[in-house]
Design a protein around this ligand. Structure first.
Ligand code: AP5
Length: 224
């Protein structure tokens, strides 16, 4: 079966990471999250991490050249380890990133099959982000929500037992900056992918399972 190359697109807190995890488990795809890759680089104090840290903590986008380099490597690696394909989560986020992705894939005679816009109302986003907690170990990366998915034991990761903490960029002021960056720099990509006829717009409200069902339905139509 042909490899699937899917982009999960949407505002901060729309549910991209949660759905990418689900989709990749269900379809055996590689989950390529630029946020997770950059957080791991920051935690490991790599050259990329040191460059990205202040942008991330301030809720700003990391410069395109840094992020594109990270994604080029991740896609090349996933082609070897997971030939069934991948879901990009949090990339592309600017027009230059989208163009870099298109050019990178064209060289391999490939393209993005599907862009899923998870359209989540802003009030729900604010609620989800303020209630989100994450495992402090970037190698684990489990994500919780105090309302919809609390850890079994308060403050302790169900998966690895490390402390569960609030992401430094999930503070109200930083959330505001991230949402502004989304509207200014990322939302214009909706038009870009509509023009390319690969965009599906799905509602992001409802339970995790309801949203996952909508995405799986869109994926099932691929190739029909
Ligand atoms: P990144 O980690 O990508 O953050 P983001 O895009 O802001 O997205 P989030 O992770 O905040 O939200 P999400 O949509 O994944 O929601 P989630 O599923 O967790 O990026 C962080 C930073 O890295 C950026 O600000 C930037 O600095 C940098 N960066 C990353 N990529 C970049 C790029 N391409 N270019 C430049 N810079 C880049 O859900 C949120 C919460 O809601 C969770 O608690 C979850 O449990 C809960 N939840 C989810 N779905 C549901 C549901 N249906 N019902 C109830 N609760 C739900």
């Amino acid at each position: 079966m042909a490899a699937k190359r899917i982009v999960l697109f949407g505002a901060p807190g729309a549910g991209k990471g949660t759905q990418a995890q689900w989709l990749c488990d269900a379809l055996d795809l590689a989950h390529l999250s630029t946020g997770d890759m950059l957080r791991a680089a920051v935690a490991n104090k790599t050259g990329i991490g040191l460059k990205a840290k202040s942008f991330m903590e301030g809720g700003k986008l990391v410069p395109d050249d840094i992020v594109v380099g990270v994604v080029v490597e991740a896609i090349a690696h996933s082609a070897k380890t997971t030939p069934s394909g991948y879901a990009l989560d949090g990339f592309p986020r600017t027009l230059p990133q989208a163009e870099a992705l298109r050019e990178m894939l064209a060289k391999r005679n490939e393209n993005i099959n599907l862009v899923v816009l998870i359209n989540t109302p802003e009030q729900l986003i604010l609620d989800r982000l303020t209630q989100r907690r994450s495992c402090s170990d970037p190698k684990c990366g489990a994500v919780y929500n105090l309302k919809s998915k609390p850890p079994r034991n308060e403050g302790v990761c169900d998966v690895c037992g490390n402390p569960v903490v609030q992401r430094t960029d999930d503070k109200p002021e930083t959330i505001k900056t991230r949402l502004q960056a989304y509207r200014r720099e990322t939302e214009p990509l909706v038009g870009y992918y509509k023009k390319a006829c690969v965009l599906v717009d799905i509602p992001g409200d409802g339970s995790v399972y309801e949203v996952a069902g909508r995405i799986l339905e869109a994926v099932a139509k691929l190739g029909h």
